[in-house]
Design a protein around this ligand. Structure first.
Ligand SMILES: CC(C)(COP(=O)(O)OP(=O)(O)OC[C@H]1O[C@@H](n2cnc3c(N)ncnc32)[C@H](O)[C@@H]1OP(=O)(O)O)[C@@H](O)C(=O)NCCC(=O)NCCS
Length: 159
């Protein structure tokens, strides 16, 4: 298995990651494309886009994560656009990637790991809650209000 940051100049891989996100989240593809290109252009601010490939080269999963600074942030590790390809779900990939992200947050001294989950997504919420994440805020989905509320989850690392 090969988990690494996506090279912004690798257009075929960027497109493949966008396709995986497009089948995984209830938001328009144009929104995903915008967010991914912004992330690739400003990784220090937006976090780094990662992907997992199998030994035969299939794209298995993706996630953006990185420490946040400025505008009230103080090195918190934010996770966004985390998805496992539908053909590869229920095989423990998400669990292994979460461990990788948590280990990376500890290694870089982040005070916590945080993310947002739509309230309708009870599967995702369960995954993070079982790993000690708790809700610290609830907000309307800013871009797509029809998606309802999302809960913001945090796991403090210094407790
Ligand atoms: C949520 C998602 C990332 C899970 O990926 P996965 O590789 O199938 O998950 P894993 O096999 O590692 O399982 C992780 C845990 O979720 C549970 N789980 C996974 N899919 C589930 C399902 N459909 N129903 C109930 N539980 C499920 C597993 O039992 C496991 O339980 P554990 O917490 O006790 O270990 C994947 O379904 C996905 O990409 N969904 C669409 C996008 C999304 O919702 N992203 C999450 C945003 S935070």
């Amino acid at each position: 298995m090969d988990w690494k940051a996506v090279d912004s100049t690798d257009s075929p891989e960027v497109t493949e990651v966008i396709e995986l996100l497009d089948v995984s989240f209830p938001v328009p593809r144009e929104y995903i494309e915008g967010e991914i290109h912004k992330t690739l252009a400003y990784p220090e601010k937006e976090g780094r886009l990662h992907r997992l490939r199998s030994v035969d080269g299939s794209l298995i999963a993706t996630a953006i994560y990185g420490q946040q600074y400025g505008e009230g942030w103080n090195g918190e590790m934010m996770v966004r656009f985390f998805a496992v390809h539908p053909d590869h779900r229920r095989q423990g990939h998400a669990a292994r990637i979460i461990k990788e992200i948590m280990d990376s947050a500890i290694a870089c001294g982040a005070p916590c790991v945080c993310l947002s989950i739509l309230q309708s997504d009870t599967v995702a919420a369960g995954i993070w809650k079982r790993r000690g994440f708790t809700i610290y805020a609830t907000q309307p989905c800013k871009e797509y209000s029809e998606n309802g509320l999302h809960d913001c989850y945090v796991h403090w690392l210094n407790e």
